[in-house]
Design a protein around this ligand. Sequence first.
Ligand SMILES: [Zn+2]
Length: 349
Amino acid sequence: MSTQDIAPMTSRERVLAALRREPVDRTPVCNPTSVATVELMDLVDAPFPDANRKAELMARLAATSYTELGFDTVMPVFTIIQESSALGCKIQWEKKDNWPTVRMTEPIWSEPEDIKIPADFMDHPDTRCVIDAIKILRKELGDDVAIIGKTMGPWSQGYHCFGVERFLLMSRDDPDKTKRCLDRLKDLTVAYGIAQFEAGADAVTLPDHATGDLVSGQYYDRYLLDLHTEFVERIPGPIILHICGRTVDRMDSIARTGMSAFHYDSKNGAQESMDVVKDRIALVGNINNPQTLFARGPEEVRKEVYENLDAGIHMVGPECAIPLQTSIENLKEIPLAVKDWHKQHAAKH
Ligand SMILES: [Zn+2]
């Protein structure tokens, strides 16, 4: 698409237009998961684990995505365990240089009937923190930047609350029981998403880890296609679905959910993914984390950005939450490369 006739946009306008697959002045650089790093934590004195538990620090660290890296989005929900903590899972909060995790060896539920949503779910400090951080970001950054929230899908929540192995065995042996679990968990995803839009989010990421290496494409159709379509109807704003791994075999189904965007992994080529989804859903990603962003240099980052832009991807960014030791230099290269690509592209016309 030619971008030369579009008037300059703010970051927020650019991201919202891309989520609607409308024309943009340039491709937005978007972070639907986390770009928090140890270097950024030091820079603004907002380290893990406090930056996952105190709204003011969470907002301060999230803002660096815009103020330091030059991305078009900020994303304060660095972890995938805020809701799990409020549900009663045991959390290993870790230190500055490590991600907090759910202690999977101590699952809290084993049957669908065990699923109980605490009445104070939204007021738990670890869910409330996200809502407050979004409000702070909107107040301090104004309307220039897109704020992305995150509400975990029921499949991911199943892993956390039942244990990955038990949940996957159940999904293989007892589809009815599995569906009852997902049904009991889905309202949580909806309610938390709505609360984040009310707090000022422009979009929410919805991770639901039916990942390529754990479940097949048929599983997506059996368990998640209808549920994800329901989320689009019930959550009043753009949703970015996030599933890691190789997912080309389920992208056609994902494109039919009505979600605004799919955050896709570098295990999927940019062009082959575009060929499947066509113009039915925006794609965002898919710069490789463990090799390119973490272990290589700006030159390799730039090459992957160009591959995505050449394929017509709607938004560019890391494929998933980046390793905490990633260098700022590599992250800054993403927006620089996007701007250069557009300059070269415009010059050719
Ligand atoms: Zn991921």
